[in-house]
Design a protein. Structure first.
Length: 258
């Protein structure tokens, strides 16, 4: 897919055009082993979304995790109804988001699909999650382009958390995130949610989470291109430029309604 046309007027236009030409645009064949959840997590029938999120961050993550506010906000927008949730970058540490998405669909209904290019997170999480969840070891762009192989309904929430940001060279993660978005957009229902990790909203927030060396590299990128580095920086640019949906919240993560 040719991406230049989506960035008219962007200060990154020339840089992106040359860099995109140098990147491999295909979807190389990777592991496509499918692992389905088989364990069972018991939750109280009366458990609310708020209580579920609180228990998760207390037991499986950190109560003051920087991503907690946007994740809780995204869950609240699902309104305790059955949901289809898709995640790129299976999370078996940090926020442990895969466990939380699994808890939601096993309790309120729906299904959860997660993909990771590494086999170990998929195998590990499958042992801890319920049959409502499926883990696929595959390149995330390839997975999203073939999403209809796994589900025949639209998606309520997409969580993009693959390709960790290299703050000294953040453009590669941002381009990967944009490619993920362009492939998954047709599968997201109207009014559906997009949550993108590692997308700080301002320089002060960026400084608070990076080492001095990382921050200086990220700041140099900002001065050069006049766009904040982050996994979802080009995603926000694309959605805003094309008047697609609206921003709901932007902290360390970006939450958008489509």
């Amino acid at each position: 897919m040719h991406l230049r046309k989506h960035f008219y007027g962007s200060k990154l236009h020339q840089y992106l055009a040359s860099l995109l030409d140098s990147l491999h645009q295909g979807n190389p064949p990777l592991f496509t082993t499918k692992v389905s959840g088989c364990s069972d997590q018991k939750l109280s029938k009366d458990l609310t979304v708020e209580a579920m999120a609180r228990l998760h961050f207390e037991s499986h993550s950190s109560p003051d995790h920087i991503s907690r506010p946007t994740i809780e906000h995204a869950l609240s927008k699902l309104k305790s109804k059955p949901a289809v949730i898709v995640e790129t970058g299976s999370s078996a540490w940090g926020t442990n988001s895969s466990l939380l998405w699994d808890s939601y669909v096993s309790h309120f209904g729906g299904l959860f699909l997660s993909t990771d290019i590494r086999f170990s997170p998929s195998a590990s999480l499958a042992k801890r999650c319920t049959p409502s969840s499926t883990f696929v070891c595959c390149d995330s762009v390839r997975f999203l382009s073939q999403l209809r192989r796994y589900i025949n309904t639209d998606v309520d929430l997409v969580y993009l958390d693959s390709w960790d940001v290299d703050w000294s060279q953040p453009i590669e993660s941002a381009i990967h995130g944009l490619r993920e978005l362009l492939h998954v957009l047709p599968f997201i229902r109207k009014g559906g949610l997009l949550l993108v990790d590692d997308t700080p909203s301002d320089l002060e927030l960026l400084r608070s989470v990076l080492s001095d060396r990382e921050f200086h590299s990220a700041y140099d990128f900002y001065l050069t291109h006049q766009i904040l580095p982050g996994k979802g920086s080009l995603i926000k640019n694309y959605l805003s430029s094309n008047n697609i949906g609206r921003q709901i919240e932007h902290g360390y993560q970006l939450l958008w309604q489509l």
